[in-house]
Design a protein around this ligand. Structure first.
Ligand code: PMV
Length: 317
C-alpha cells in the first residue's frame, strides 16, 4: 500500500486570503495561479497496519513539526480509520517560508495516499481533498494558468491556459529562509475578524479575477502585470491593517520591489507578487529572465535566487 506522487508549487497572481468556512477550509474568494515546473515536492506514502503512528521524513530527516498537518491530510484522503503511514517527502526548495511548499506537499500527499489506498479519484475530487488541507494546494493539481472558483460547499478548479501556451518564467528572490512568524490559516482569521478592508477585499475580487482572466486569454503581459500587482498589494494591505498587524515583509522585500520598478521603467516585461512570506516572486517574459535574475541577485539582502518556468499539475510518479 505504497505510492509516490510529485507536485509543484503554484504562485497566485490573484490571491486567496480569508476563509468562508473554516471547518471545510473553503476560501472566501476565488483565485488564479500559475503552476511552476522546476521546484518540486515528491511524497511517498506507505500505509502499514503494523505501524502505531504516522512517521514523517523530510529530505531524509525525521520531522515532527510538519507531521500533524500531513497526518490530517492523510485522514482527509484515506479516512480516519486508515492504517498509519510512513511518509517520505523530498523538496528542493525552502519549506514554510512563503514559497508555497504547503501547496505542493498537500497536492502530492493526496494523490499518493489515494493511489496507495487503491481509490480512483478524478482530478477535481483530488483538488477538493487537497484544498481541505491547504486552500492553495487545490490549484497544484493543475498545470499552467489555473483558476479556483467557489461553488457551494466545494471548489471548482480549472486550467485557463496550459503552461506551454504562454511560457513565462518566475524568478524567486529569497530574502529569508526561516519559517514564517504567523501561519496563513491563523493570519487569515485575524484579517477576517479585524481588518477594516476585509469586506471590500472580498467584494472586489470578482473584478480582479475577470481582469486577470481577460489578460491571460489575450496574453496581455502589461494588463496581467497591472492587475496582479494591484491584487497582491491589496492583500498585503488587508494583512497590514489587521490587528495585530501581519507584516511578512523585510527590508529586502521592499528593495526587490524597487529593483522591479526600475526594470519596468527600463522596458523589461516583469511584475512582482508576494505571498505569506518575505520572498518576492518576479514573473517575466522568458526573453528577460537573465536580466531579472541578475538585477534581483544584486539587490541588497537577497540571499538566494530560484528560477522556474511553468509546469504541469500533480501526478503519480
Ligand atoms: O493555502 P494556504 O493556506 O497556504 O494560503 C495561501 C495564501 C496565499 O499564498 C497568501 C495566497 C494564495 O492564493 O496562494
Amino acid at each position: 500500500m505504497r505510492a509516490t506522487a510529485t507536485a509543484q508549487p503554484n504562485i497566485a497572481l490573484i490571491k486567496y486570503w480569508g476563509k468562508r468556512d473554516t471547518a471545510l477550509n473553503l476560501p472566501a474568494v476565488g483565485s488564479i495561479s500559475i503552476t511552476l515546473s522546476d521546484l518540486f515536492t515528491s511524497m511517498t506514502v506507505d500505509f502499514d497496519d503494523a505501524l502505531e503512528q504516522d512517521v514523517l521524513h523530510v529530505n531524509n530527516e525525521r520531522n515532527d513539526t510538519l507531521l500533524p498537518r500531513l497526518s490530517h491530510a492523510l485522514d482527509i484522503a484515506a479516512g480516519d480509520a486508515r492504517p498509519r503511514a510512513r511518509i517520505h517527502s523530498e523538496c528542493n526548495f525552502p519549506i514554510a517560508a512563503g514559497l508555497a511548499s504547503s501547496a505542493s506537499s498537500f497536492a502530492a500527499v493526496v494523490v499518493a495516499a489515494s493511489a496507495a489506498m487503491g481509490i480512483e479519484r478524478s482530478v477535481g475530487e483530488l483538488a477538493n481533498l487537497a484544498g481541505r488541507a491547504s486552500g492553495s494546494a487545490a490549484r497544484s493539481l493543475y498545470g499552467g494558468f489555473v483558476e479556483l472558483e467557489n461553488s457551494g460547499d466545494a471548489v471548482v478548479v480549472s486550467e485557463l491556459l496550459p503552461a506551454d501556451a504562454w511560457p513565462l518564467d518566475v524568478v524567486v528572490a529569497v530574502t529569508a529562509t526561516g519559517p514564517k512568524p504567523v501561519g496563513s490559516t491563523e493570519a487569515m482569521e485575524i484579517s477576517r475578524k479585524t481588518s477594516p478592508f476585509y469586506e471590500r477585499w472580498v467584494s472586489d475580487q470578482p473584478d480582479d479575477l475577470a481582469s486577470a482572466r481577460d489578460a491571460i486569454a489575450s496574453r496581455d503581459f502589461s494588463a496581467l502585470a497591472s492587475i496582479a500587482e494591484h491584487n497582491c498589494l491589496k492583500m498585503h494591505s488587508v494583512m497590514w491593517s489587521s490587528r495585530p498587524p501581519i507584516v511578512y515583509w523585510n527590508d529586502a522585500t521592499l528593495a526587490c520591489l524597487q529593483t522591479i520598478r526600475q526594470l519596468q521603467s527600463d522596458g523589461v516585461d516583469v511584475f512582482f507578487t508576494i505571498d505569506a512570506g518575505p520572498q518576492v516572486k518576479a514573473v517575466c517574459d522568458k526573453a528577460h529572465t537573465d536580466r531579472v535574475e541578475a538585477a534581483l541577485r544584486a539587490t541588497d539582502g537577497v540571499r538566494n535566487i530560484l528560477r522556474s518556468g511553468l509546469g504541469e499539475g500533480a501526478r503519480l510518479s
